[in-house]
Write a protein that binds this ligand. Structure first.
Ligand code: G1P
Ligand code: ZN
Length: 551
């Protein structure tokens, strides 16, 4: 096998975002684009000779081609073995599981998560370290720095590897092991949850529906729900992974998972519904005619963890991203365990889990997970819910309402304005920064915070986080307007979009009064919503009358 050194010049836009490098498929198809980024990863991580790499993706368009390129580059960069999922498939949580189980040096995951796929859609690539989690910022920054000075990459001249046969083959001095992408993951799930109790629940007329959205979780869901738990085959819908996700937007929320939502809100609805995203790390949970807000879901899993075998020994702590509601904080306080508030993105949970400080983590963006791996995990969250339902034998809605009655309700919503001009988005953020002094209290001048009806501003800031484990500081993580009564508004620019800018507004208030728990979140948050639009001048600056997506 011959190794070629290919001369190249840097691209200037290979800066990883919230979750790896995401671009249009066409951008990745530019000559040397993928190769430059992969070589930048390999140069940054300093591959020990003979190391093992895990490799797989969500099966979207360009997945297979990218896998072939990465295999040849891995062989040329000194790897001894690559574990690649059959067909080039590994869900993000399964990749994390494989990295940890087989103690690989790291892994490359090909996915743009919930972004649409297909020839005109998005593609993405990210590097996960030996703990199975997304590379921390110091590594992603170093990869970006390497991408700006790259002059050559190494690639083996070799024929393509057959990805559809399990087993080993050689690529020069390197072994390529094509592995079953589902079995290690399914086994891990079986070790955490009471499969017998869930099987009994499903055989007693409790009906579930899982929407794989034509993305990566189809084969995982079939194996776990149908083969191992005995659910009827039609419990899993859109189970065939497609390179373009059937033209859909594989994001499990009320807007994009509409087929599932219609079924759960229709006549003769199933008892439980769930969906996952392109790469299988997100989850949406529905009861019959009922939506569980992801922030509430995290809190409810924590409050009921003692019912689940894998968590019966207790939780070390909980972590949530800053924009996620404080519902989990209340549970942590009741359990007498710490609750950490991190910036957006799963990579910030890794250190806390590695240090044994937290067991459960979650984000408002339909991400929940635990220290069983180092990624958020869609099917894990679904199984956790099913385990609780099997133990409590109550409907989803009753469990949520009892939770609110006990802890109070953190009323929550997120409004996304997608694809707005970057300058307008930056203008909104700048305007908010400029108003901090005017909005917040100034004790020196004997002045309280700005008053909006019954709401008074306590403080404004741009969230900054100091990692309690390694001391690293992440600044500029979202503008917060915090009110005296605990309500808050957060403004953040997305780090995962590929078209213009996406501005997210996160709204939260706290309602202890059970007689008001029936209110629709948009209704209950109406005052905060109008304050958010007013202070940010969002409508004037972007010309947008309403959000693209409300969750
Ligand atoms: C979004 C979510 C964030 C999540 C990330 C990856 O990032 O908001 O919570 O970790 O996707 O799934 P954003 O686009 O907001 O930067
Ligand atoms: Zn995802």
């Amino acid at each position: 096998m011959q190794i070629r050194m290919v001369a190249t010049t840097p691209f200037t836009d290979q800066k990883p975002g919230t979750s790896g490098l995401r671009k249009r498929v066409q951008a990745f198809r530019q000559p040397h684009y993928l190769e430059n980024f992969v070589q930048s990863i390999f140069d940054t991580i300093d591959v020990p000779a003979g190391a093992t790499l895990a490799l797989g993706g969500d099966g979207r368009h360009y997945n297979r081609e990218a896998i072939q390129v990465i295999l040849k580059m891995a062989a040329a960069n000194g790897f001894g073995r690559v574990l690649v999922g059959k067909g080039g498939i590994l869900s993000t949580p399964a990749a994390s599981c494989v990295i940890r189980k087989y103690k690989t040096h790291g892994g490359i995951i090909l996915s743009a998560s919930h972004n649409p796929g297909g020839p005109d859609g998005d593609f993405g690539i990210k590097y996960n370290t030996a703990n199975g989690g997304p590379a921390p910022e110091k590594i992603t920054e170093a990869i970006y720095a390497a991408s700006k000075t790259i002059a050559q990459y190494r690639i083996a001249d070799a024929p393509d590897i057959a990805l559809d046969e399990l087993g080993d083959s050689r690529l020069g001095d390197m072994t390529v092991s094509v592995i079953d992408p589902v079995s290690d993951y399914a086994e891990l799930m079986e070790s955490l949850f009471d499969f017998a109790a869930i099987r009994a629940l499903l055989s007693n007329g409790f009906r579930i529906r899982f929407d794989a959205m034509h993305a990566v979780t189809g084969p995982y869901a079939r194996e776990i729900f149908v083969n191992r738990l005995g659910a009827p085959a039609d419990s899993v819908i859109n189970a065939e992974p497609l390179e373009d996700f059937g033209g859909g937007h594989p994001d499990p929320n009320l807007t994009y998972a509409h087929e599932l939502v219609e079924a759960l809100y229709g006549g003769n609805a199933p008892d439980f519904g769930a969906a996952s995203d392109g790469d299988g790390d997100r989850n949406m949970i529905l009861g019959r005619h009922f939506f569980v807000t992801p922030s509430d879901s995290l809190a409810i899993l924590a409050a009921n963890a003692h019912l689940v075998p894998g968590y019966q020994q207790g939780l070390a702590g909980i972590a949530r991203s800053m924009p996620t509601s404080a519902a989990a904080d209340r549970v942590a306080a009741a359990l007498g365990i710490p609750c950490y508030e991190t910036p957006t993105g799963w990579k910030f949970f890794g250190n806390l889990m590695d240090a044994g400080k937290v067991t459960l983590c979650g984000e408002e963006s339909f991400g929940t997970g635990s220290d069983h791996i180092r990624e958020k995990d869609g099917l894990w969250a679904v199984l956790f819910w099913l385990n609780i339902l099997a133990a409590r034998k109550q409907p989803v809605e009753a469990i949520v309402r009892e939770h609110w009655a006990r802890f109070g309700r953190n009323v929550y919503s997120r409004h996304d304005y997608e694809g707005i001009p970057i300058d307008a988005a930056n203008g909104v953020m700048q305007r908010l920064h400029d108003r901090f002094a005017e909005l917040q209290a100034c004790p020196e001048q004997g002045r309280g915070g700005a008053q909006f009806g019954h709401l008074q501003v306590r403080r404004c800031d741009d969230f900054s986080y100091t990692d309690p484990v390694d001391g690293s500081v992440s600044q500029g993580q979202g503008i917060r307007i915090l009110f005296v009564d605990g309500s808050r508004i957060v403004f953040r620019l997305s780090g995962t979009g590929t078209e213009g800018a996406t501005l997210r507004i996160y709204l939260e208030s706290y309602e202890p009064d059970v007689s008001k728990h029936h209110l629709d979140a948009q209704q209950a948050l109406a005052t905060l919503i109008s304050i958010a639009l007013g202070v940010s001048e969002l409508r004037q600056r972007t010309g947008r009358e309403r959000p693209t997506v409300i969750t």
